[in-house]
Design a protein around this ligand. Structure first.
Ligand code: SF4
Ligand code: SF4
Length: 128
């Protein structure tokens, strides 16, 4: 599953991620990381069965962990196959097939919302 890890200012200089990985032995796949000296936010992939353990370790050290559970949804009636979503998506969720129809691989979505802003037909939204 995909998770968001937020690191507040007062903990930003602590090695929260590496300590949690070492303590639990659970590896996480970091897909996006926005970190500076004031705040950190990461999107990561973690095995469903190991989520509770890594969540506890991260939160014990002051991080805030949430599950990203609103994957992108396309209204096929509204989509005009323009491809604008392909060019903005950082995770390659969209691609043209051999017939130039836009295919969607929702599992890759990190819910950044970029494609929703770019879609000229309002065909995209995050699921409930
Ligand atoms: S929300 Fe972001 S990651 Fe998900 S499909 Fe749209 S652009 Fe790609
Ligand atoms: S940007 Fe919107 S209309 Fe264009 S291909 Fe993507 S979903 Fe369809």
């Amino acid at each position: 599953m995909k998770i968001k890890i937020s690191i507040p200012t007062e903990r930003i200089h602590n090695p929260i991620i590496s300590e949690s990985i070492i303590e639990t032995g659970i590896s996480i796949n970091i897909m996006v990381a926005n970190i500076d000296s004031t705040y950190g936010e990461l999107i990561a992939d973690v095995n469903d069965f190991r989520f509770d353990r890594i969540k506890n370790a991260l939160e014990f050290r002051g991080a805030i962990v949430s599950i990203l559970d609103r994957p992108i949804h396309r209204d096929d009636e509204e989509c005009v196959e323009c491809g604008a979503c392909i060019s903005v998506c950082p995770m390659n969720v969209y691609c043209f097939d051999v017939d130039w129809n836009v295919q969607v691989d929702e599992k890759k979505c990190i819910q950044c919302g970029m494609c929703i802003k770019m879609c000229p037909h309002g065909a995209l939204k995050l699921g409930e």
